[in-house]
Design a protein around this ligand. Structure first.
Ligand SMILES: NC(=O)c1ccc[n+]([C@@H]2O[C@H](COP(=O)([O-])OP(=O)(O)OC[C@H]3O[C@@H](n4cnc5c(N)ncnc54)[C@H](OP(=O)(O)O)[C@@H]3O)[C@@H](O)[C@H]2O)c1
Length: 436
C-alpha cells in the first residue's frame, strides 16, 4: 500500500498529490477487489469501511455500521481526527434473506439509500477545515473530489422484465422502483451542492472472492464442485437451459474504478462494465471440470440453494480432512446458491430472455481492459485452490503445506481473512433483523 513517505511522481489528479480513497463495502465482493487494486497502485492511501474486516493485510479498516448515523459521524466526521478522503468508492449493500423479494422491498430500498446518506453526511462534516467546493485537483485539500457508485443490470429492469438488448446507458431510466434510483438521485444532488464528480457503474454478474456475499456465483460453483468431487461424483451440469450472458471479473471492475479517478471522460457519467465477451454457463462447465480435475458427468438438475445448506457438515469434514483455510460453508457462500440457481436457470427448459449490456461507451471513453470469461473462471478457481479455500486439483488427501500446529482450517481461515466468526444472523441488521 502506498503511503506519503514512499509515493512519488504524478499525483492522482494533480502533481505530487496523494489520493485518499475510502471503499465502503470493504468486506464485499467488489469492495475487497477495489481495496486490492487501489492498494497495489502508487499514490493511494486506502481505507476500507464495513462492519466486518475485509481480511487484507496492510489495509486500514473502519468497522462502522452505515445504518448508525452517529457511528458514521464518530468515525468520519471529526475534522483532523482522520485525514479527509478525496475519493469514495461506494459498494456497500444490504440484501434480505431470499434475495429476490428484497429487490422490490421499499423498506430495503430506503435502508440502502440511508446508508449512503449517512456516509455522505459524515464525510461532509469531516472535511478538512477550510475545504469547500471543488478543489483544483489535490487530494490533500480535504475535499471529496470523486465518488463511484455501484448499480447493476437491475437498473435496466433485468429482474422484472426482458430488457432492450443491449442495455445502453443512454436509455431513459427504466420505470421501476429501486434503491439504485434513490441513491443516484441523492448522489447527484450532493455532487451539485458540494462540487464533487461521480461515476455510476452497471456491472452484470460479478466474479470475485468474499465471505458472506449473497451474490457470489464463484463461491457457489467452487463449493458445489468441491463437494461433488469429495462425494466421488463427476461434475454434472445442475442448471437448465441458459441464454448468452455477460459477466465481469471483480478485479477488472476494480481497475475501472481506479481508471475513473483519473479520467475526465468518466466524470458524471454512467458506464456498463463487463469482461468484454459473452458466455453460456453450460459451456463454462468443461473448464470448471478441468480446473477441478474432475470428469464431466451427464447433466442432472440440482438446486444449489438446497444442495449447499444440506452439506454443511460434509463441508466441515472436507475442511478438516483437507486442512483447508476455509470457513463454515454458509459463512462463505451465504445465499449465493440461490443466486446461482437464478443464473443457471435451474429447473427450466426455456432459456431466460437475454440481458446483455453494451460496453461501447466505456471503451470509447478510454477504458479498454478485457478478459476471457472462461480464463477468468479458471484463474479464480486456481486462486481459491492455491489459497487452500477449496481442495487442490490433485490432492484429495493432504494440503500442499502442512498446518504446523495442526489447528486445522477454520481458525486459520478466519485469521487469514481477518474476519470475525459471527454468522450473518449475528451481524447487526442480519437475518434476525430481516435485512442485511
Ligand atoms: N455481486 C454481483 O454479482 C453484483 C452484480 C451487479 C451489481 N452489483 C452491485 O454492486 C454493489 C456491491 O455488491 P457486492 O456483491 O459487492 O455486495 P456484497 O458482496 O454483499 O458486499 C456488501 C458490502 O456492504 C457491507 N455492508 C452491508 N451492510 C452494511 C452496513 N450496515 N454498514 C456497513 N457496511 C455494510 C458489507 O459488509 P459487512 O457485512 O461486513 O458490514 C459488504 O462489505 C451493489 O450495489 C450490487 O447491487 C453486484
Amino acid at each position: 500500500m502506498a503511503d506519503e513517505s514512499t509515493s512519488s511522481g504524478e499525483g492522482i489528479s494533480g502533481a505530487g498529490s496523494v489520493g485518499r480513497v475510502l471503499v465502503a463495502g470493504a468486506s464485499g465482493l467488489i469492495g475487497r477487489a477495489a481495496l486490492e487494486v487501489f492498494a497495489a497502485s502508487p499514490d493511494w492511501e486506502v481505507t476500507g469501511l464495513s462492519r466486518r474486516a475485509p481480511g487484507l493485510a496492510g489495509i486500514s479498516h473502519l468497522s462502522v455500521d452505515l445504518l448508525d448515523r452517529e457511528a458514521c459521524r464518530r468515525a468520519l466526521g471529526a475534522p483532523r481526527a482522520q485525514p479527509a478522503f478525496s475519493h469514495l468508492v461506494y459498494c456497500a449493500l444490504q440484501e434480505r434473506p431470499g434475495l429476490v423479494g428484497g429487490w422490490r422491498d421499499r423498506e430495503l430500498m430506503e435502508t440502502n439509500r440511508r446508508m449512503l446518506e449517512n456516509l455522505l453526511d459524515a464525510l461532509e462534516t469531516g472535511k478538512a477545515p477550510g475545504g469547500a467546493g471543488r478543489s483544483a485537483g489535490s487530494g490533500a485539500s480535504g475535499v471529496l473530489e470523486h465518488v463511484s457508485l455501484l448499480q447493476g443490470a437491475k437498473a435496466y429492469g433485468a429482474h422484472l422484465h426482458p430488457i432492450r438488448v443491449p442495455g445502453r446507458e443512454r436509455e431513459a431510466r427504466d420505470d421501476h422502483e429501486s434503491f439504485y434510483w434513490l441513491q443516484e438521485d441523492l448522489l447527484r444532488s450532493r455532487a451539485a451542492r458540494a462540487g464533487f464528480h461521480f461515476t455510476i457503474w452497471r456491472p452484470p454478474v460479478v466474479f470475485g472472492h468474499a465471505l458472506g456475499s449473497p451474490m457470489n456465483p464463484l463461491a457457489a460453483v467452487a463449493a458445489f464442485a468441491s463437494l461433488m468431487k469429495a462425494e466421488g461424483q463427476p461434475l454434472r451440469w445442475p442448471g437448465g437451459r441458459t441464454a448468452p450472458q455477460d459477466g465481469v471479473d471483480a478485479r477488472l471492475l476494480a481497475r475501472a474504478l481506479l481508471w475513473a479517478t483519473r479520467s475526465p471522460a468518466a466524470r458524471d457519467e454512467t458506464f456498463n462494465v463487463s469482461n468484454g465477451d459473452v458466455f453460456l454457463w453450460e459451456n463454462l462447465w468443461p473448464a470448471v471440470a478441468r480446473a477441478m480435475d474432475m470428469e464431466l458427468g451427464e447433466p442432472e438438475p440440482c438446486r444449489l440453494a438446497a444442495f449447499l445448506p444440506d452439506r454443511v457438515e460434509r463441508w466441515a469434514s472436507l475442511v478438516e480432512a483437507e486442512r483447508l483455510q476455509a470457513p463454515d460453508l454458509l459463512e462463505w457462500v451465504d445465499e449465493s446458491g440461490l443466486y446461482a440457481d437464478l443464473l443457471l436457470n435451474t429447473g427450466r427448459d426455456e432459456p431466460p430472455p437475454p440481458s446483455l449490456l453494451s460496453t461501447v461507451k466505456l471503451r470509447q471513453a478510454g477504458f479498454q481492459d478485457c478478459i476471457d470469461t472462461e480464463d477468468m473462471l479458471v484463474e479464480w478457481l486456481e486462486r481459491l485452490q492455491s489459497e487452500r479455500f477449496i481442495p487442490g486439483p490433485h490432492a484429495p488427501g493432504r494440503p500442499a503445506t502442512p498446518d504446523p500446529d495442526g489447528a486445522g482450517g477454520r481458525r486459520g481461515a478466519r485469521e487469514a481473512l481477518g474476519q470475525r466468526s459471527a454468522t450473518r444472523d449475528e451481524r447487526p441488521g442480519g437475518r434476525a433483523g430481516e435485512s442485511r
